[in-house]
Write a protein that binds this ligand. Structure first.
Ligand code: KIV
Length: 264
Protein backbone atom coordinates (compact mmCIF):
# COMPACT_ATOMS: atom_id res chain seq x y z
CA UNK A 1 0.00 0.00 0.00
CA UNK A 2 1.28 3.49 -0.76
CA UNK A 3 1.63 5.91 2.13
CA UNK A 4 -1.76 7.46 2.89
CA UNK A 5 -1.96 11.12 3.91
CA UNK A 6 -4.70 13.61 4.72
CA UNK A 7 -4.41 14.84 1.10
CA UNK A 8 -5.72 11.46 -0.07
CA UNK A 9 -8.76 11.76 2.20
CA UNK A 10 -9.43 15.28 0.89
CA UNK A 11 -9.11 14.03 -2.68
CA UNK A 12 -11.56 11.16 -2.00
CA UNK A 13 -14.05 13.53 -0.41
CA UNK A 14 -13.94 15.84 -3.43
CA UNK A 15 -14.29 12.91 -5.83
CA UNK A 16 -17.13 11.34 -3.80
CA UNK A 17 -15.12 8.14 -3.19
CA UNK A 18 -16.25 6.62 0.09
CA UNK A 19 -13.42 5.22 2.23
CA UNK A 20 -13.35 2.60 5.01
CA UNK A 21 -11.42 2.96 8.25
CA UNK A 22 -11.11 0.78 11.34
CA UNK A 23 -9.76 0.77 14.83
CA UNK A 24 -6.64 -1.35 15.44
CA UNK A 25 -4.63 -2.05 18.55
CA UNK A 26 -1.83 -4.48 17.70
CA UNK A 27 0.75 -5.24 15.02
CA UNK A 28 -0.77 -8.51 13.76
CA UNK A 29 -4.18 -7.05 12.98
CA UNK A 30 -2.55 -3.85 11.69
CA UNK A 31 -0.62 -5.99 9.21
CA UNK A 32 -3.83 -7.69 8.05
CA UNK A 33 -5.37 -4.24 7.55
CA UNK A 34 -2.25 -3.02 5.71
CA UNK A 35 -2.33 -6.06 3.39
CA UNK A 36 -5.99 -5.30 2.59
CA UNK A 37 -5.04 -1.62 2.03
CA UNK A 38 -7.15 -0.15 4.82
CA UNK A 39 -6.18 3.51 4.39
CA UNK A 40 -6.83 4.82 7.92
CA UNK A 41 -6.44 3.12 11.29
CA UNK A 42 -7.41 4.52 14.68
CA UNK A 43 -5.90 3.51 17.99
CA UNK A 44 -9.13 4.25 19.78
CA UNK A 45 -9.64 4.56 23.50
CA UNK A 46 -12.32 1.91 22.85
CA UNK A 47 -9.38 -0.32 23.79
CA UNK A 48 -10.47 0.32 27.37
CA UNK A 49 -13.61 -1.68 26.60
CA UNK A 50 -12.55 -4.26 23.98
CA UNK A 51 -9.01 -5.00 25.25
CA UNK A 52 -9.12 -4.08 28.93
CA UNK A 53 -12.72 -5.11 29.66
CA UNK A 54 -13.87 -1.87 31.28
CA UNK A 55 -17.45 -0.65 30.88
CA UNK A 56 -16.29 2.71 29.47
CA UNK A 57 -13.21 4.44 28.06
CA UNK A 58 -12.39 6.61 31.08
CA UNK A 59 -9.65 4.40 32.61
CA UNK A 60 -7.52 4.53 29.43
CA UNK A 61 -4.25 6.43 29.86
CA UNK A 62 -2.00 8.33 27.46
CA UNK A 63 0.62 5.60 27.98
CA UNK A 64 -1.92 2.93 26.94
CA UNK A 65 -2.62 4.77 23.67
CA UNK A 66 1.10 5.43 23.04
CA UNK A 67 1.92 1.73 23.56
CA UNK A 68 -0.78 0.54 21.16
CA UNK A 69 0.12 3.27 18.64
CA UNK A 70 3.68 1.89 18.50
CA UNK A 71 2.27 -1.64 18.01
CA UNK A 72 -0.07 -0.61 15.18
CA UNK A 73 2.57 1.49 13.46
CA UNK A 74 4.90 -1.53 13.46
CA UNK A 75 2.25 -3.58 11.62
CA UNK A 76 1.03 -0.87 9.26
CA UNK A 77 3.78 1.49 8.16
CA UNK A 78 1.68 3.14 5.46
CA UNK A 79 -1.77 3.82 6.89
CA UNK A 80 -2.79 7.26 8.06
CA UNK A 81 -2.66 6.49 11.78
CA UNK A 82 -4.91 8.36 14.19
CA UNK A 83 -4.46 8.10 17.95
CA UNK A 84 -7.08 9.01 20.52
CA UNK A 85 -6.38 11.60 23.19
CA UNK A 86 -7.80 9.91 26.30
CA UNK A 87 -10.09 11.34 28.99
CA UNK A 88 -8.60 14.41 30.77
CA UNK A 89 -5.60 14.79 28.47
CA UNK A 90 -7.01 17.99 26.92
CA UNK A 91 -7.52 20.06 30.06
CA UNK A 92 -5.62 23.03 28.65
CA UNK A 93 -4.29 23.68 25.13
CA UNK A 94 -0.74 23.52 26.53
CA UNK A 95 -1.35 20.16 28.22
CA UNK A 96 -2.96 18.89 25.01
CA UNK A 97 0.18 19.81 23.05
CA UNK A 98 2.48 17.98 25.48
CA UNK A 99 0.24 14.90 25.41
CA UNK A 100 -0.21 14.94 21.64
CA UNK A 101 3.58 15.03 21.21
CA UNK A 102 3.79 11.66 23.04
CA UNK A 103 1.35 10.11 20.54
CA UNK A 104 2.98 11.68 17.47
CA UNK A 105 6.38 10.39 18.65
CA UNK A 106 4.82 6.92 19.04
CA UNK A 107 3.94 6.94 15.33
CA UNK A 108 0.59 8.71 14.99
CA UNK A 109 -0.05 11.01 12.02
CA UNK A 110 -3.05 12.70 13.63
CA UNK A 111 -4.71 12.89 17.04
CA UNK A 112 -8.44 12.54 17.62
CA UNK A 113 -10.11 14.66 20.27
CA UNK A 114 -13.64 14.37 21.65
CA UNK A 115 -15.69 17.51 22.08
CA UNK A 116 -17.18 20.59 20.45
CA UNK A 117 -16.60 24.34 20.39
CA UNK A 118 -14.78 24.40 23.74
CA UNK A 119 -11.83 22.79 21.90
CA UNK A 120 -11.34 25.62 19.37
CA UNK A 121 -8.25 27.05 21.12
CA UNK A 122 -6.83 23.55 21.57
CA UNK A 123 -7.26 22.73 17.87
CA UNK A 124 -5.59 26.05 16.93
CA UNK A 125 -2.65 25.45 19.20
CA UNK A 126 -2.16 21.83 18.11
CA UNK A 127 -2.36 22.54 14.38
CA UNK A 128 -0.10 25.61 14.63
CA UNK A 129 2.44 23.28 16.25
CA UNK A 130 2.16 20.71 13.43
CA UNK A 131 -0.18 18.23 15.09
CA UNK A 132 -3.03 17.34 12.71
CA UNK A 133 -6.38 17.03 14.47
CA UNK A 134 -9.47 14.91 13.85
CA UNK A 135 -12.42 16.22 15.86
CA UNK A 136 -14.99 13.74 17.26
CA UNK A 137 -18.56 14.86 17.90
CA UNK A 138 -22.01 13.41 18.54
CA UNK A 139 -21.93 10.53 21.01
CA UNK A 140 -18.47 11.15 22.46
CA UNK A 141 -17.94 8.15 24.75
CA UNK A 142 -15.72 10.04 27.23
CA UNK A 143 -18.83 12.08 28.11
CA UNK A 144 -20.96 9.01 28.91
CA UNK A 145 -21.55 10.24 32.47
CA UNK A 146 -22.74 13.63 31.24
CA UNK A 147 -25.04 12.02 28.65
CA UNK A 148 -26.41 9.52 31.21
CA UNK A 149 -25.55 6.54 29.00
CA UNK A 150 -24.64 5.74 25.40
CA UNK A 151 -27.47 7.71 23.80
CA UNK A 152 -28.05 8.98 20.28
CA UNK A 153 -27.12 12.67 20.08
CA UNK A 154 -28.54 15.48 17.92
CA UNK A 155 -32.15 14.32 17.73
CA UNK A 156 -33.55 17.67 18.89
CA UNK A 157 -33.32 20.60 16.42
CA UNK A 158 -31.40 22.84 18.83
CA UNK A 159 -28.81 20.16 19.58
CA UNK A 160 -28.49 19.33 15.87
CA UNK A 161 -27.78 23.01 15.04
CA UNK A 162 -25.23 23.14 17.85
CA UNK A 163 -23.36 20.08 16.51
CA UNK A 164 -23.30 21.60 13.00
CA UNK A 165 -22.09 25.00 14.16
CA UNK A 166 -19.46 23.48 16.48
CA UNK A 167 -18.20 21.30 13.61
CA UNK A 168 -17.80 24.42 11.44
CA UNK A 169 -15.98 26.18 14.30
CA UNK A 170 -13.54 23.27 14.73
CA UNK A 171 -12.91 23.15 10.99
CA UNK A 172 -12.29 26.92 11.10
CA UNK A 173 -9.79 26.38 13.92
CA UNK A 174 -7.82 23.94 11.77
CA UNK A 175 -9.30 20.45 12.33
CA UNK A 176 -8.55 18.36 9.23
CA UNK A 177 -11.09 15.55 9.74
CA UNK A 178 -14.20 14.87 11.80
CA UNK A 179 -15.69 11.70 13.29
CA UNK A 180 -19.45 11.78 13.85
CA UNK A 181 -20.75 9.08 16.17
CA UNK A 182 -24.37 8.02 16.73
CA UNK A 183 -26.30 10.89 15.28
CA UNK A 184 -29.29 10.81 12.91
CA UNK A 185 -28.29 10.06 9.31
CA UNK A 186 -29.92 13.25 7.98
CA UNK A 187 -27.87 15.41 10.35
CA UNK A 188 -24.65 13.58 9.42
CA UNK A 189 -25.47 14.17 5.74
CA UNK A 190 -25.98 17.92 6.34
CA UNK A 191 -22.72 18.24 8.27
CA UNK A 192 -20.78 16.25 5.65
CA UNK A 193 -22.08 18.58 2.92
CA UNK A 194 -21.38 21.71 4.96
CA UNK A 195 -17.74 20.83 5.73
CA UNK A 196 -14.75 20.85 3.40
CA UNK A 197 -12.85 18.35 5.55
CA UNK A 198 -13.49 14.57 5.36
CA UNK A 199 -16.20 13.33 7.71
CA UNK A 200 -16.06 9.75 9.02
CA UNK A 201 -19.22 8.24 10.45
CA UNK A 202 -20.01 5.51 12.96
CA UNK A 203 -23.70 4.98 13.52
CA UNK A 204 -24.27 8.10 11.42
CA UNK A 205 -25.70 6.68 8.20
CA UNK A 206 -24.21 6.14 4.77
CA UNK A 207 -23.76 9.74 3.59
CA UNK A 208 -20.53 10.58 5.41
CA UNK A 209 -17.29 10.53 3.39
CA UNK A 210 -15.85 7.58 5.30
CA UNK A 211 -16.95 4.95 7.81
CA UNK A 212 -15.27 3.55 10.89
CA UNK A 213 -16.00 0.48 13.01
CA UNK A 214 -14.42 -0.85 16.16
CA UNK A 215 -12.60 -3.90 14.74
CA UNK A 216 -13.98 -6.21 17.45
CA UNK A 217 -17.51 -5.24 16.37
CA UNK A 218 -16.64 -5.76 12.69
CA UNK A 219 -15.51 -9.29 13.60
CA UNK A 220 -18.28 -9.96 16.12
CA UNK A 221 -15.82 -10.67 18.97
CA UNK A 222 -16.56 -7.77 21.34
CA UNK A 223 -16.59 -8.76 25.00
CA UNK A 224 -19.39 -6.34 25.77
CA UNK A 225 -22.43 -5.63 23.65
CA UNK A 226 -22.63 -5.16 19.87
CA UNK A 227 -23.99 -1.74 18.85
CA UNK A 228 -27.03 -1.88 16.56
CA UNK A 229 -25.26 0.06 13.81
CA UNK A 230 -22.33 -2.42 13.65
CA UNK A 231 -22.24 -5.55 11.56
CA UNK A 232 -20.46 -8.86 12.10
CA UNK A 233 -18.61 -9.31 8.80
CA UNK A 234 -16.79 -12.42 10.05
CA UNK A 235 -20.09 -14.28 10.42
CA UNK A 236 -20.85 -13.48 6.81
CA UNK A 237 -17.47 -14.43 5.34
CA UNK A 238 -15.89 -17.07 7.61
CA UNK A 239 -12.32 -15.77 7.85
CA UNK A 240 -10.72 -12.56 9.08
CA UNK A 241 -9.06 -11.49 5.84
CA UNK A 242 -12.31 -11.90 3.87
CA UNK A 243 -14.30 -10.13 6.62
CA UNK A 244 -12.00 -7.09 6.41
CA UNK A 245 -12.13 -7.14 2.60
CA UNK A 246 -15.95 -7.39 2.62
CA UNK A 247 -16.30 -4.49 5.09
CA UNK A 248 -14.00 -2.36 2.92
CA UNK A 249 -15.82 -3.24 -0.32
CA UNK A 250 -19.24 -2.64 1.21
CA UNK A 251 -18.22 0.82 2.44
CA UNK A 252 -16.61 1.77 -0.89
CA UNK A 253 -19.70 0.61 -2.79
CA UNK A 254 -22.16 2.35 -0.46
CA UNK A 255 -23.60 -0.98 0.76
CA UNK A 256 -22.60 -0.46 4.40
CA UNK A 257 -24.20 0.92 6.43
CA UNK A 258 -27.53 -0.18 4.99
CA UNK A 259 -30.92 0.85 6.42
CA UNK A 260 -30.80 -1.84 9.10
CA UNK A 261 -27.54 -0.36 10.46
CA UNK A 262 -28.63 3.29 10.27
CA UNK A 263 -30.08 5.56 12.94
CA UNK A 264 -33.00 7.50 11.45
O1 KIV B 1 -12.29 4.86 20.48
C1 KIV B 1 -12.77 4.54 19.39
O2 KIV B 1 -12.66 3.40 18.93
C2 KIV B 1 -13.48 5.56 18.64
C3 KIV B 1 -14.27 5.14 17.44
C4 KIV B 1 -15.50 4.45 17.88
C5 KIV B 1 -14.55 6.24 16.51
O3 KIV B 1 -13.45 6.69 19.00
Amino acid sequence: MKKITISDLMKWKKAGHKFPTSTAYDASFAQIFENEEMPVLLVGDSLGMVLQGHSDTLPVTLEDIAYHTRCVRAGSPNCLLMADMPFMTLNTPEKACENAAVLMRAGANMVKIEGGRWLVDTVKMLTERAVPVCAHMGLTPQSVNIFGGYKIQGKEDEKAEEILSDALALQGAGAQALVLECIPAELAKRITKALDIPVIGIGAGSDTDGQILVMHDMLGISANYMPKFSKNFLAETGDIKSAVAKYMDDVKNGLFPDEKHTIA
